[in-house]
Structure formats: structure tokens, C-alpha cells
Design a protein around this ligand. Structure first.
Ligand code: HEM
Length: 496
């Protein structure tokens, strides 16, 4: 390495295993902030895992400079040995930046860009209406209702499938497969990602046993991908789910006639990949929002006041009101910032060696954007743990250095293609909940408020740890509105 620029600074590591020993197994994003303060130079750090170079970016400025401006070099993904090679996940999320990437990315963006994604609004609205009714009927199960809302929304948008009860067999298969995949570790950062040869070791070998389990998941996943696409075909034949992504893809395949080659396979994988991408993230966002409202009731009160003024009490909030509700807009932004649900995004990869600020970024380095660090940087967002929507107000009160939506969906050519869709669905869910439900802490035997702790799971998509609170319908007017909301959609001939 003589004569070449030095690597960015970082903590001292061990021979062979690199920084594995000093990287606390949980909440890597917090460890990286600590390391950044101690070793970082303008927040860019170098570490290695079993010799694999890793660059950590704790600041949005560097993430934008590298992952966006120099996007041609930084839009690849690390190899993802476990998820891609062993489990066989072939959707867009983990696809390398070559071959089919461009075509596949276009196939998603075509339907999820700001204009096209408006077609999913009726489906999103129906699911929010169902969520509100579930909250009305059994508010104590709110965590499950939110999970089900996210799952139903994505099953409907992906396959045109309408889940009607808790025993839905398709929902069960898709949920189980995705749960097994997501419990298997951080993408690109499991043991077999660092020691790829492990996958060929016998199961008795330490660390290799998991491989057998992973091969079983592969079979399950294959079946899930195929069966759900067949379901989508049947739905289409019956005239259901015309707005779904599968239905649009089947239209494209029809135009290609018999000679669509690998296109159908790609489409199947892509449809399957939007489910996990959209469920855990949206669920975590709404659950975080509920937790925040328990802790910051003055925010909920101010948002409701604005809603009452603009929307009134004789209808539910709708997207047409959005422009007239600036405070609610800040609540949404603050919620994205307070718990950026994919705290470390999804890793990128440097395809060629690069030099940044006089430091060398090795070819093949995994590049991690620490989104949590960016949205909890005290100099960008004073009192970062306080939920303070007014920090986005224009004028003197403004003390947010950037819009969190510019960070929480990732960067550059890999930036989340589902962001417009997610933003619209989350807005509606939050607006309707705030307008019609009171959220407050549970009470102990003596009538004292018991505030739930603010803790998030230490995994890839960070959800609040299970907590309790009281959700009650605001009054009879609200209860009637919520009931009518769903009736109106059904009577209005809503077609999923
Ligand atoms: C709160 C909601 C969501 C958040 C915070 C979120 C966040 C992210 C992030 C951080 C990435 C990685 C970007 C990067 O590599 O720099 C990503 C990728 C992705 N997201 Fe989302 N997402 C959300 C919802 C959705 C939804 C609803 C969908 C589907 C409709 C979706 C589909 C995807 C896909 C397909 C990718 C992979 C893109 C690629 O690799 O080119 N996401 N998302």
C-alpha cells in the first residue's frame, strides 16, 4: 500500500477477525456513533470483518457525496451470501448493480413513482379503514392490528389478494417465510457472509449448522414465490386485484406473448420482494408513532386541533386535506427521524477503489450509511430523543438541519422505490388515528400513569419493543365515522 492514500481511521481491530470482537452484537448503529466520536474523521470510518473492508458513514453529507453523487461506483450490493446464494432471494433489494438491475428497478419504479403509485390509494385507504375498525373493536390488540394492516396492505398491492380473516392460508405462508428470513441476521453481515466457505462445511462444524436451516428456508421461499404468483394469476383471471403489481406485470407478459423468457421469473421475485420491504418498515413506523404519542401527548393534541379545524368532525381525513395540514406533515417527518426504522439502511458496495477526502476506499468495500446516526446527530437535530415536530417550522423556530425523509429511505440509485407509496399510507393511518382515537399511558392500580419504555429492537428493521398503552375512541362521533368509513368504501363499489 506504499504511496497510496491511507484508509479512513477506525478503531484498532484484531488479526484475522478484524473488528468482530469489539462490535457489540446489538445496536451497531450506536457503536458506530461512539467509534465515530473517538476515531472518525469527519465521520467516515474504516473497519474490517474477517478481512472484508467496511466503510461507515455517520453523516448525511458523506452519504450523499458518495452514494448519490458518485452513485455509478456505489450502487452495488455486497455479495449477500446467506440471503442470495444460500436462501435464494432474487428480488431487487439484494440484486448486484449489473445484469438485470436496471430493468428490474424500472419495473418497480414504473408503478411506484409518485404519479403511478396513486393507483394504490384505494387499496391503501381500505386497509387503513379496516385498521381503524380493528382499533375500535379490540384496542388492546393494537400491536397485532398494526402488523396485520401492514401485511394485508402489501398482500393486496402485490398480489391483489384480499385477506378476510386471521386464518388466511396465503398470509400465513408469506408471513412465516418472511419471518424466518428476517430472523436470520443483518443482510450481508452474517457469519457466512464473512466466511463464505462455511456453507460447504458439515452441519456439526461450529457456525455451519445454520446452513441446513437456511437451505430449508430456501425451499420454503421458492414455494412461496411460485404459489403466490399463481394466486395472482387466478385472481386476475377472476377479475380481482386489477390494480395490483402482479396484475400489471401479467399485462406486460401478455404483451410479450410467449417469448418473455426470464422476465416472468424476475417479476415473480420482485413481487415477492416488496412484501418484506413494505411490511416490517411500515409496521415499525406506525408502532413508533403510537409510542411517541403516548410520550408526547401535546404533539397529539396540537395535531388533532389542526385536523379538527381543517377536516372538521363530519368526515375522515383524506389525502386531499394533506396540503392544509402543515403540523401533521412535521409529525410524519419527526416520526421518520425519531425511529428511522432501517437504522443502517441496506449496505452498498464500492465497485472500484476510490479516494475521498484524501482517504482510500478499497475496491469491494461494504459501505454502510448509518441513518440512525444522521437523524440523531445533536448538531442537526438538537435534543434528538425528544419528539419535536415544530423543529421543521420555517423561520426562527426551525432547528432541523435537513429533512429526515432525505435519509431514512436510503441513498442514490438504490434509494427506496416504495417511499412515495409508504409516505402516503403512513400519512393516512396517522391522520385518521390522531383525529379519532385518544392514545394515553396505561394506569396502575392507584391510577398513576405507567409510561412504556422507549426501546427499539436491535435488528435490521427496528420496531419498538412490545409495549402497552390505552387507545380509546375519541367519542361517539368518531366511532360512527370509523364505522361509516368502511361502509362507504364497500358501498362505493371499491374494487381491490
Ligand atoms: C417506512 C417505510 C419504508 C422505509 C423507511 C424504507 C427504507 C428503505 C431503505 C433504507 C432502503 C435501502 C436504500 C439503499 O440501499 O440506500 C430501501 C430499499 C427498498 N425498499 Fe423501502 N422502505 C420503506 C417502505 C417500502 C415499501 C412500502 C416498499 C414497496 C412498495 C419498499 C420497497 C423497497 C425496495 C424494493 C428496496 C430495494 C431497492 C434497491 O435495492 O434498489 N420499501 N427501503
Amino acid at each position: 500500500d506504499k504511496g497510496r492514500p491511507p484508509l479512513p481511521p477506525g478503531p484498532p481491530g484484531d488479526p484475522v477477525i478484524g473488528h468482530l470482537r469489539i462490535l457489540h452484537p446489538h445496536y451497531h448503529w450506536k457503536t458506530y456513533v461512539q467509534w465515530g466520536k473517538t476515531y472518525g474523521e469527519r465521520n467516515v470510518m474504516y473497519t474490517n470483518m474477517f478481512g472484508w473492508p467496511q466503510i461507515i458513514l455517520n453523516s448525511i453529507v458523506d452519504a450523499k457525496e458518495l452514494l448519490e453523487k458518485r452513485g455509478a461506483n456505489y450502487s452495488d450490493r455486497p455479495r449477500m451470501m446467506l440471503l442470495r446464494e444460500v436462501m435464494g432471494l432474487r428480488g431487487l433489494t439484494f440484486l448486484p448493480y449489473r445484469d438485470r438491475f436496471r430493468q428490474n428497478r424500472r419495473l418497480i419504479q414504473q408503478f411506484f413513482n409518485p404519479r403511478a403509485s396513486a393507483q394504490f390509494r384505494p387499496a391503501q385507504k381500505l386497509q387503513v379503514m379496516i385498521l381503524l375498525n380493528h382499533l375500535l373493536q379490540a384496542p388492546e390488540d393494537f400491536l397485532r392490528h398494526i402488523q396485520r394492516w401492514a401485511s394485508r396492505t402489501m398482500l393486496n398491492v402485490a398480489y391483489g389478494h384480499q385477506v378476510v380473516d386471521d386464518d388466511d392460508p396465503y398470509a400465513a405462508v408469506v408471513e412465516r417465510t418472511n419471518m424466518l428470513v428476517s430472523n436470520s441476521g443483518n443482510p450481508g453481515a452474517t457469519l457466512v457472509d464473512f466466511i463464505p466457505i462455511l456453507r460447504f462445511f458439515p452441519a456439526w462444524f461450529p457456525g455451519a449448522r445454520y446452513m441446513r436451516h437456511a437451505s430449508e428456508i430456501k425451499i420454503l421461499n421458492r414455494r412461496m414465490v411460485d404459489e403466490t404468483f399463481e394466486l395472482a394469476k387466478r385472481n386476475k383471471a377472476k377479475g380481482f386485484g386489477k390494480q395490483s403489481l402482479s396484475s400489471k406485470y401479467l399485462d406486460i407478459l401478455e404483451q410479450h406473448g410467449e417469448c418473455h423468457g426470464a422476465l416472468e421469473d424476475d417479476m415473480k421475485e420482485m413481487v415477492a420482494s416488496i412484501y418484506p420491504a413494505g411490511v416490517a418498515t411500515q409496521r415499525a413506523s406506525v408502532t413508533s408513532f403510537v409510542l411517541a404519542m403516548v410520550h408526547f401527548p401535546e404533539v397529539a393534541a396540537r395535531a388533532r386541533k389542526e385536523l379538527d379545524l381543517v377536516v372538521g368532525r363530519d368526515r375522515l381525513p383524506d389525502w386531499s386535506h394533506r396540503k392544509s395540514l402543515p403540523f401533521l406533515e412535521w409529525v410524519l417527518k419527526e416520526n421518520f427521524r425519531w425511529n428511522p426504522v432501517t437504522a443502517l439502511g441496506i449496505p452498498h458496495r464500492a465497485m472500484e477503489e476510490d479516494v475521498y477526502q484524501g482517504r482510500r476506499i478499497p475496491q469491494g468495500a461494504t459501505v454502510i450509511a448509518n441513518i440512525w446516526a444522521m437523524t440523531h446527530d445533536e448538531s442537526a437535530f438538537p435534543d434528538p430523543f425528544i419528539f419535536k415536530p415544530e423543529r421543521y417550522a420555517e423561520g426562527d423556530g426551525k432547528n432541523a438541519a435537513f429533512d429526515p425523509t432525505d435519509a431514512v429511505f436510503g441513498f442514490g440509485r438504490r434509494q427506496c422505490p416504495g417511499r412515495f407509496f409508504a409516505d402516503a399510507g403512513l400519512w393516512l393511518a396517522m391522520a385518521c388515528i390522531l383525529a379519532n382515537f385518544d392514545i394515553s399511558p396505561c394506569l396502575d392500580d392507584d391510577g398513576n400513569a405507567v409510561l412504556p419504555s422507549i426501546e427499539f429492537s436491535p435488528v435490521f428493521t427496528s420496531n419498538p419493543l412490545p409495549f402497552q398503552c390505552r387507545i380509546t375512541s375519541r367519542d361517539e362521533i368518531s366511532a360512527a365515522l370509523v364505522r361509516r368509513g368502511i361502509q362507504d368504501m364497500v358501498e362505493g363499489g371499491f374494487e381491490s
